[in-house]
Ligand binder design. Structure first.
Ligand code: COA
Length: 388
């Protein structure tokens, strides 16, 4: 139980799943203590020493092996459709079939050991990041250029609750820092960003799904507002595919530079959801209603060149020279007089500010309703069970 409590502190955005794990662990612990090997106990302690969230798939595996080790084969009914956390856990446990408790203990021990070893290896290679104040972002400021790099490459830079908050804070800091002229956002690894981290929907608080949806609506509203209110020039450096909210908010940026490997995809209806980031207002104005419909309603993925043609992307670069061409250009822009840039941006944007905030409110209200729909629950379940 202590193991799982520590684990919960390390990964607050998955606390819904972990809280349930913790409850189960406490129920099971009395029953199982006598039969657990010393090695199994030791592994539980090692699990508590993990510093990073190992991800949802890993936690489901740990849960399933723990249950199989301590109880044996699955002995409960599959939870109902709306309890997608419960269903995912049940499926993971059930997938272990007739594995014996001893085999499960051994697999549990091996798995925890591999997670700990992987993390130790990562820590050794991380030489500079310890001075960073953000966990999900890499933020640097040099000669007037602030670069906010989304830094969860293993998860294609999917945006967790923590990352939404960090991104908003980094923007606020850049806006307030007199040393920053131009701010650029880019992604680490091969993706720009895969949009909202769908695991955020697993973080169900004790108050229930409705509260989770309301809290998520407020979080998204604050996040989008930080782009609407950003005073200095903001540039997207799109290093690879972009999905969901990372695409919609791009229309609130001042310029978008993309590699020819980038794609732009907003699969809202496929996920039972609806547009955000003010895209229901900005997209039709940028590209016309017909193209906006294809993107926002019909889930059409477009290439960087197509996005440039409809005025969504400012310029596309060959992938082979993208980084070498874009950064010197942004460094040069960072030498321009800051007040001239701020006033010019205000002239082109401020008339729309109130409208954008209103659109943001309406979109977030609609999403709170959508997140509670059966369509959305089914789509999230489908995403997390796709690899099985
Ligand atoms: N939310 C949660 N996890 C995500 C994610 C997201 N938006 N995007 C990627 N990931 C995770 C995957 O689950 C996977 O985790 P795992 O290694 O623990 O299994 C890891 O990132 C790598 O993704 P994977 O799917 O294996 O890579 P891929 O190249 O085959 O596909 C995507 C990449 C982005 C196309 C695919 O992951 C995807 O469709 N993600 C969902 C995008 C989405 O719907 N976003 C919300 C839009 S509103």
């Amino acid at each position: 139980m202590a193991t799982l409590c520590r684990f919960s502190r390390l990964s607050p955005y998955y606390s819904g799943v972990v809280q349930q794990l913790t409850r189960l662990a406490s129920v099971n612990s009395l029953r199982c203590m006598s039969g657990l090997s010393a090695q199994f106990e030791e592994s539980k302690n090692r699990l508590s020493k993990l510093k990073n969230d190992p991800g949802n798939e890993a936690k489901l595996k740990i849960y399933a092996l723990f249950k199989q080790s301590t109880i044996g084969t699955v002995n409960t009914k599959r939870p109902g459709m709306m309890d997608f956390v419960g269903r995912a856990k049940w499926d993971a446990w059930n997938a272990l079939g007739s594995m014996s408790q001893e085999e499960a203990q051994k697999a549990y021990i091996d798995y925890i050991n591999s997670l700990v070893a992987e993390e130790e290896e990562q820590q050794e290679t991380q030489t500079t990041s310890s001075t960073q104040k953000y966990e999900c972002l890499d933020v640097t400021v040099q000669d007037g250029l602030c670069v906010i790099k989304l830094n969860r490459p293993k998860k294609k830079n999917a945006i967790t609750v923590q990352m939404y908050n960090e991104w908003s804070s980094a923007l606020k800091e850049a806006d307030e820092d007199p040393g920053v002229v131009i701010t650029a956002v880019t992604g680490a690894g091969d993706f720009y960003c895969s949009g909202n981290d769908l695991s955020n929907f697993m973080n169900i608080p004790p108050e229930g799904m409705k509260q989770m949806a309301i809290d998520s609506g407020k979080l998204l509203n604050r996040f989008v507002s930080s782009f609407i209110d950003f005073k200095k020039p903001l540039i997207a450096v799109v290093n690879g595919p972009a999905v969901g909210v990372s695409v919609t908010i791009m229309a609130l940026f001042d310029a978008v530079y993309a590699t020819d490997k980038a794609t732009f995809h907003t699969p809202f209806s496929a996920l039972g959801q609806s547009p955000e980031g003010c895209s229901s207002y900005t997209f039709p104005r940028i590209m016309g209603t017909s193209k906006a419909t294809e993107l926002l309603l019909f889930n059409k993925k477009i290439t960087a060149h197509e996005a440039e043609k409809i005025g969504f992307v400012s310029e596309v670069f060959p992938d082979s020279s993208f980084q070498q061409e874009v950064w010197p250009r942004l460094q040069a822009l960072s030498k321009l007089p800051i007040n001239s840039l701020i006033f010019s941006k205000a002239l082109t944007r401020d008339m729309e500010k109130d409208v954008l905030h209103k659109v943001n409110d309406i979109e977030c209200d609609r999403l709170v309703e959508r997140w509670l729909s059966d369509d959305c629950a089914k789509a999230i379940m489908a995403f997390f069970s796709r690899k099985k």
